[in-house]
Write a protein that binds this ligand. Structure first.
Ligand SMILES: CC(C)(COP(=O)(O)OP(=O)(O)OC[C@H]1O[C@@H](n2cnc3c(N)ncnc32)[C@H](O)[C@@H]1OP(=O)(O)O)[C@@H](O)C(=O)NCCC(=O)NCCS
Length: 145
């Protein structure tokens, strides 16, 4: 496996992998390729995008998409998407992507990662094992119009 920065030409294949992962357990969502591409393309084009793809040969097996933010004078990275092919999960790919992101972020003065996830899935266990702290007093709110 090797890990490199995501480039615009990766978005097609990373969209295909995205829908395989999130249409699979534990998420069982019903993503289409167009929706996945739109979501990833918007993150990719965000101000302060940081993203890495893990590949086995030339096949993508995982990816992490994040963008920069600032809080009380400190730079933080918000991790928006993080996913590994179902057949490659639990082999250290997710942790390797996080390490790569952390090492680039540190060089550029970022001191913190932040993200939202579903507390009923094993994604939460992954982040806790990596060293994240949960803030269960927080509430995700949305407003549809
Ligand atoms: C969450 C995810 C990115 C972690 O990547 P990974 O390569 O599987 O993780 P690693 O191998 O580096 O770390 C393994 C740890 O993650 C957790 N984990 C990963 N897959 C798991 C599974 N199927 N069941 C239970 N725990 C799991 C465990 O804490 C595990 O540690 P353990 O094996 O000692 O119990 C990956 O499992 C994934 O893509 N899941 C589906 C998509 C997702 O939930 N993304 C995050 C949304 S915010």
């Amino acid at each position: 496996m090797h890990i490199r920065k995501i480039e615009v030409g990766d978005l097609e294949r990373l969209s295909e992998l995205f829908l395989i992962v999130f249409n699979h357990e534990p998420w069982n969502e019903n993503w289409t390729k167009d929706w996945a591409y739109e979501r990833l393309n918007i993150i990719y084009n965000s101000y302060g995008f940081y993203g890495f793809v893990a590949e086995d040969g030339s096949t993508p097996i995982g990816a992490i998409f994040s963008r920069i933010g600032s809080y009380k004078g400190e730079l933080e990275l918000e991790i928006i998407e993080n996913y590994v092919s179902p057949s490659e999960q639990r082999k250290g790919v997710g942790a390797a992507l996080m390490e790569k992101l952390k090492s680039q972020a540190k060089k550029e003065g970022v001191t913190c990662f932040a993200l939202q996830t579903d507390k009923t899935t094993f994604a939460k266990d992954f982040y806790l094992k990596y060293g994240f702290q949960g803030h269960e007093e927080n509430l995700l709110m949305s407003f549809t119009f």
